[in-house]
Design a protein around this ligand. Sequence first.
Ligand SMILES: Nc1ncnc2c1ncn2[C@@H]1O[C@H](COP(=O)(O)OP(=O)(O)OP(=O)(O)O)[C@@H](O)[C@H]1O
Length: 249
Amino acid sequence: MTSAIEVVDATVHYGDVLALDGVSLTVEPGRICGLLGTNGSGKSTLFKTVLGLTRPDRGRVRLLGMDGASARRKGLVGYVPQTEQVDWDFPLSVHDVVMMGRYGHMGIRRRPRPADRDAVAQALARTDLTDLARRRIGALSGGQRKRAFVARALAQGADVLLLDEPFAGVDKRSEATITDLLRRLRDEGRTLLVSTHDLAQVPGLCDEAVLLQRRVIARGTPAEVLHPEIVMEAFGVHVGEESGSTWTR
Ligand SMILES: Nc1ncnc2c1ncn2[C@@H]1O[C@H](COP(=O)(O)OP(=O)(O)OP(=O)(O)O)[C@@H](O)[C@H]1O
């Protein structure tokens, strides 16, 4: 079986800064892999490398058996950015944002056809955003914005989704809605790589996890990776079911 995501020995520098040091990671189709690490541990760099936006100095990446840039051009991989990186003053509706997922399917004039409109309507329905389709994206809550970007990836037809901190800045109810949505996408056979520094989300969401600190320092089931000694070393916090507030930093 072809792995959905395969990173082999990837090393990335930004000038003198070593951001990834010989990182290897494999995610099989239909799995949710949590990518854990503190700020600056290389999570965003690993995403950019998987997406073919950053070329590793050493090592290689395969996405569904092809290189990251080809998978991106074919629309097979969808990226849900950290919402802090988005300019919310831009006058776009939720519908406009989700339609962007169809650009790769349209001609140069980007005129939507019925298939494009159908895909957008379905993606909005899947993410429970139909009623908000005409709302400006900047007027949505944090959780609704995340769902709009997931909808964009679904409209695109992506089989692999990379989600950068989908729980940052969302309330408890939205967390549950997003977790439920991501699990359903996984159950349909999609593959998800989800970065988070919110360790409390991991056991309920992920099938497996990787702890990154420039290099992979642990990988396995959530229980294995969230072993108290490993978490203490990487995050400097204690973990324990009885003390939810100590999960995150
Ligand atoms: N464009 C850049 N130029 C120079 N250094 C960079 C650049 N982008 C990232 N870095 C550095 O590379 C390292 C990894 O950064 P990266 O953004 O991948 O980490 P991260 O785990 O995604 O962090 P965060 O959770 O804060 O987004 C950090 O030391 C960061 O300062």
